[in-house]
Design a binder for this molecule. Structure first.
Ligand SMILES: [Zn+2]
Length: 417
């Protein structure tokens, strides 16, 4: 009876904290949405901008990739649930043995579980890679792809180990209140990673070169930046073509590492008006402070996210019998944090779509060239094999950008104004 009562009150606490977390996340989205309203998209039919063959090809590729994404999440979830609930027995015994040195043991457990999920999801990742090679999107050989996977598995394992050790130290020092210092640490790390990411992590995978002083692209970027009154930071070219034919550009970093990065594919293949349109969009992100905006979202939603993680871990460890302050509970922490992060990603993506629509609005105001934006959207969707009008539920859950038809629709609305 007592245990049933305990389970009920724990379920009520988790439910209450989850509702509070979603309310906080939605308020964060409202507060952090850019005040610059983009044009309301007019309805657009995808068949007006893409041939039936293009649509069929994109749909065939993307629908498969969507299922693979869900399959990968399911496999990762299953592995985490399995280990978190104390199975298999050999892993359980290994984790128990780590209890003698709790903080170091937590690091080992974190690295181990991280590698286990990479290995378990490898078949799904491999199929996904092979499909992108088949359609000509990825240009990477199998060997080079495996080297990428091995490197990111190593980096993720090291970072998970560090995070798990830090977490264990906090849990042991503040058994109930660890989400408070935890949220401070996560917020600090978010700033540090955005700051060092472009100079420490990104160069592991790609080569970055400042655009040559004499290049037309650099002159265009500087001129647009000047016109918009935006301090751009640096402008880099990334050798994306060694992996993919995709076209893209992004802004990254904070403070001294703030930069605009253009794919070499884009510099080679895009017409001048299209490149200007894309650069203007990226300048929109800089002008609207979208990188700090993203960090602020993390700062606002982390405290309640960690409270939920704590309650989930207590509920899991009551079932598994693991001590929540020992390395044996690390799989439970990883499961709880992954689950909370997955949920918080949904409002996070909602914010991202608004931020992207607003950057499109900025580009339209700066270039007065809706035709170029429409051309860019057509070209991006064609080369990246994007689904111009993906299923609504999928976009709502995972879409970081408005759909191609909505972005074209916004450009048309601007044109009509
Ligand atoms: Zn963008």
């Amino acid at each position: 009876m007592r245990s049933a009562g305990l389970q009920r009150s724990s379920a009520a606490r988790i439910g209450g904290a989850a509702v509070a977390m979603l309310i906080v996340a939605e308020v964060a989205v409202l507060l952090l949405s850019p005040s610059e309203e983009p044009p309301e998209p007019v309805p657009v039919a995808e068949s007006d901008y893409f041939s039936q063959a293009e649509l069929a090809r994109a749909d065939n590729y993307r629908s498969g990739q969507r299922w693979l994404l869900l399959a990968g999440l399911a496999v990762e979830g299953a592995v985490l649930v399995w280990v978190a609930f104390g199975r298999p027995a050999a892993v359980r015994r290994g984790l128990d043995r780590l209890g003698r040195r709790p903080v170091l043991g937590a690091a080992a457990a974190g690295a181990g579980v991280s590698l286990l999920t990479t290995i378990a999801t490898l078949p799904v990742s491999l199929i996904s890679h092979e499909r992108s090679v088949d359609v000509g999107l990825s240009t990477q050989s199998l060997g080079s792809w495996f080297w990428d996977v091995a490197r990111s598995a190593g980096i993720t394992a090291v970072l998970t180990a560090g995070g798990a050790a830090l977490l264990m130290a906090l849990v042991r020092r503040f058994p109930r209140a660890w989400p408070v210092p935890g949220a401070v640490v996560v917020s600090g790390l978010a700033v540090v990673f955005v700051w060092i990411g472009p100079v420490v992590l990104a160069p592991i995978y790609n080569k970055f070169e400042p655009l040559p002083d004499s290049s037309r692209a650099r002159a265009d970027v500087l001129e647009l930046g000047h016109e918009a009154g935006v301090d751009i930071g640096q402008v880099y070219r990334i050798d994306a073509s060694r992996r993919s034919t995709a076209l893209n550009a992004y802004v990254d970093g904070i403070g001294s590492t703030k930069r605009v990065v253009l794919y070499d594919n884009l510099l080679k293949r895009a017409a001048r008006s299209e490149l200007r349109s894309i650069v203007a969009h990226e300048l929109g992100h800089v002008a609207h402070d979208d990188v700090p905006r993203g960090i602020l979202y993390v700062v606002l939603v982390t405290p309640l996210g960690l409270v939920i993680a704590r309650e989930l871990v207590l509920a899991i460890t009551r079932r598994s019998g693991a001590d929540p302050a020992s390395p044996a509970a690390i799989p439970a922490y990883l499961l709880a944090l992954a689950f909370t992060a997955l949920i918080l990603n949904v409002p996070g993506n909602q914010l991202s779509r608004e931020v992207e629509a607003s950057a499109d609005g900025f580009a339209l105001e700066l270039t007065h060239d809706p035709e170029a934006l429409i051309k860019v959207q057509r070209q991006l969707a064609r080369t990246n094999l994007s689904d111009p009008d993906p299923p609504g539920l999928y976009s709502w859950l995972f879409g970081t950008h408005p759909s191609t038809v909505d972005r074209i629709g916004a450009a048309l609305a601007y044109e009509r104004e």
